[in-house]
Design a protein around this ligand. Structure first.
Ligand SMILES: O=P(O)(O)O[C@@H]1C[C@H](O)[C@@H](CO)O1
Ligand SMILES: Nc1nc2[nH]cnc2c(=O)[nH]1
Length: 309
């Protein structure tokens, strides 16, 4: 895959060219039977969101030239392409995290591939620690906004030469999480009878892979963070840059410690286990959102949401 050098030639992260993104998009499109409209990124323990996809075709990341491969337990490492609630979708069972060693431009490469394939909506999920003390394990937080701590130092997937075919040099991040989709998700939560479980809040992206100290959690709380994780923000920055409509939610898999008297010890096995225990609810929320988008677009979703618990 051809990588372009940054202007000074000294950038540690190389820019991935439009041509390289298009080559990957064309490779995938040449192997699948539908043209996806919605892209889905499944978070830790949430890969089974894809089980409701019908006429599914699977493509392992390792079989896509130029695509990274997943290295994290709970991230299978394949694309699942097919129909969901009347719309063609492409789902990623496994994402790429900065802590795996990939530069952010590579972590978010699949989002650009989705855009060049013609995808219009990006639905992102993740597992996150609950900083907001009112949140409980198993709650679902609709992401209204994010704090991108990794980006504060200039570490951005948009760093390097900008190709206007992928988006503008200086994209705004206001409404990066589509407000209309959040409003719709709140209605969906009511329909599902889970309004108390579904919150709206701010997600914070830290580099990981360690979980937070208690002092860090206290600081994040002061900063207005509701949930903390190790993904999503860089994907959404790229999605907003290239003009995808984004809907995202965090599954609260553990409570973050804000108090030395009530210590919590986060671990990945627990994160994945909580993901599994909440998979049917998360899947139903996702399916109902897609069904409503299908209805809005005039595509016929199935009469019943095929994902009910
Ligand atoms: O891929 P996500 O953001 O859902 O995964 C979270 C962050 C880490 O990868 C992992 C930590 O348990 O879960
Ligand atoms: N950074 C971070 N990521 C997580 N992913 C799931 N839980 C957590 C957490 O508590 N902190």
């Amino acid at each position: 895959m051809a990588d372009a050098k940054c202007a000074t030639g000294k950038c540690e992260d190389k820019t991935i060219t439009y041509e390289a993104v298009k080559a990957i998009a064309d490779n995938i499109l040449s192997r699948i039977k539908v043209k996806p409209v919605i892209g889905i990124i499944c978070g830790s323990g949430l890969g089974s969101l894809t089980e409701a996809i019908t006429n599914a075709q699977n493509i392992d990341y390792k079989d896509i030239p130029g695509f990274p491969v997943s290295t994290v337990p709970g991230h299978a490492g394949r694309l699942v392409i097919g129909m969901l609630e009347g719309l063609p979708v492409l789902a990623m069972q496994g994402r790429f995290h900065y802590y795996e060693g990939y530069p952010l431009v590579k972590c978010s490469l699949p989002v650009r591939v989705m855009k060049v394939m013609g995808i219009e909506y990006l639905m992102v999920t993740n597992a996150a620690g609950g900083i907001n003390p009112t949140y409980k394990v198993g709650d679902i937080m609709l992401i209204r906004d994010h704090i991108n701590f990794v980006g504060f130092s200039g570490n951005s997937p948009l760093r390097g030469p900008n190709d206007d075919r992928l988006g503008p040099r200086f994209p705004p991040m206001t409404d990066a999480y589509n407000p209309a989709l959040i409003t719709r998700a709140l209605s969906v939560a009511k329909e599902m009878g889970i309004p108390d479980v579904v919150k709206v809040g701010t997600y914070c992206f830290l580099g990981g892979p360690n979980y937070e100290t208690i002092a860090e959690c206290k600081m994040l709380h002061t900063c207005g963070v509701d949930a903390v994780g190790m993904s999503t923000a860089h994907e959404v920055v790229v999605a907003q840059h290239c003009g995808l409509k984004v809907f995202a939610f965090s599954l609260i898999t553990n409570k973050s410690s804000l108090d030395y008297e009530k210590k919590e010890y986060a671990n990945h096995a627990e994160v994945v286990a909580v993901g599994k225990s909440r998979e049917s609810t998360c899947r139903e929320l996702m399916c109902r959102m897609i069904k409503s988008i299908a209805a809005e677009r005039g595509s016929s979703g199935s009469a019943d949401c095929g994902c009910t618990t």
